[in-house]
Write a protein that binds this ligand. Structure first.
Ligand SMILES: Nc1ncnc2c1ncn2[C@@H]1O[C@H](COP(=O)(O)OP(=O)(O)O)[C@@H](O)[C@H]1O
Ligand SMILES: [Mg+2]
Length: 251
């Protein structure tokens, strides 16, 4: 067997499949002195790395249930000047997960709350933390069904296990007493153990309207806010920005 064939076998055994499939192109470029050996090796490893990250990302997206695949770099901070980019970059270091801190994105629709929560979730999934994204509505219906079918404990355990749980869109729907209680149980189980990321269109001072009960609202907020980063986004909706600029052109 030639060393070339042995190399191919090694690449296969080491599962460096991108390097394997690009190898012949690069050996030609090195032979014709179009690229140095170091440049070729660097580019080959870079391709392998990118492919791996993409594969990992696809898996994490499938299992985490993200609504879309947007990263922090896809977010236009100049469109939302009230937002402190440094604070978001700091959250993207994922220290908050080790510190068991929560993140609350508060702001009106279209300000990018789901985008930012998702992109931080993707960073976490890429670092192999278990991440789960769920809308508040789906979470509550799931817990309600579990409670009715006497499997609430199992379900609460599952939702408590995720290192990062993203609960999207709290506040669009008001929750009755039973739902509010289930939500409280989940939040208190995760308290000081796991990080929860919340997005809400409702100012925290108005959360009692969601849960219809000031006592349970305080109990929920107490645990959510104790170790938390609150990101208030005050600004225009990105969803209507193109419509607005079209209207302005017509003026
Ligand atoms: N500042 C921004 N830069 C780039 N895209 C943005 C920005 N804000 C929002 N978007 C995009 O606009 C859409 C709505 O944002 P989303 O995060 O769902 O808003 P929210 O959850 O606050 O209602 C998404 O496709 C999102 O990626
Ligand atoms: Mg949203």
């Amino acid at each position: 067997m030639t060393n070339y064939n042995k190399l191919i076998n090694n690449l296969e055994e080491l599962k460096l499949l991108s390097i394997k499939s690009n190898l012949s192109v690069y050996t030609d470029m090195v032979a014709s002195k179009e690229k140095s050996f170091i440049d070729a090796l660097y580019e080959l490893t870079e391709k392998e790395r990118t492919m791996r990250n993409e594969r990992l990302m696809n898996n994490s997206v499938k299992t985490a249930g993200f609504p879309f695949l947007k990263r922090i770099n896809d977010y236009d901070f100049s469109f939302q000047p009230s937002l402190d980019r440094e604070e978001i970059d700091d959250l993207a270091t994922l220290r908050f997960i080790e510190n068991k801190e929560n993140i609350l994105f508060v702001g009106s629709p279209g300000t990018g709350k789901t985008h930012l929560a998702t992109s931080i979730g993707i960073e976490a999934a890429l670092k192999r933390y278990s991440v789960h994204f769920i809308s508040c509505q789906n979470l509550i219906s799931d817990l309600m069904a579990a409670a009715e079918e006497n499997r609430l404990e199992k379900r609460l355990k599952l939702y408590t296990r995720y290192r990062v749980l993203i609960i999207d869109e709290i506040g669009y729907l008001n929750l009755d007493e039973k739902a509010a209680n289930l939500f409280f149980q989940l939040i208190s189980r995760r308290y000081e153990k796991r990080s929860t990321i919340i997005t809400t269109n409702k100012a925290l001072s108005k959360w009692a309207e969601i849960f219809n009960d000031p006592v349970i609202t305080n109990a929920i907020l107490d645990r959510l806010l104790h170790h938390s980063h609150i990101i208030n986004i005050v600004g225009p909706s990105y969803r209507v920005k193109d419509i607005l600029s079209q209207l302005e052109e017509k003026d």
